[in-house]
Design a protein around this ligand. Sequence first.
Ligand code: ZN
Length: 69
Amino acid sequence: MEKVEYLDPEKSIALFQQYKLHKVTENANGTIRWRCQQCKSISITVDSDENIIRNPTKHSKHIQNVCQK
Ligand SMILES: [Zn+2]
């Protein structure tokens, strides 16, 4: 499984395909949902071992020229 990367040591910003994602919700089972901080249209879910357990759906897109890598 793919591990999530973080931009900062505090792990407040995750990196997914070099886009910056912000933490949205922490679920009761320890998984965390992250969402693109700019378009808010894509999100990933990461488990407590920092594995990406859910990727964005294929049809969801970032907004060109809005989402910066
Ligand atoms: Zn985006």
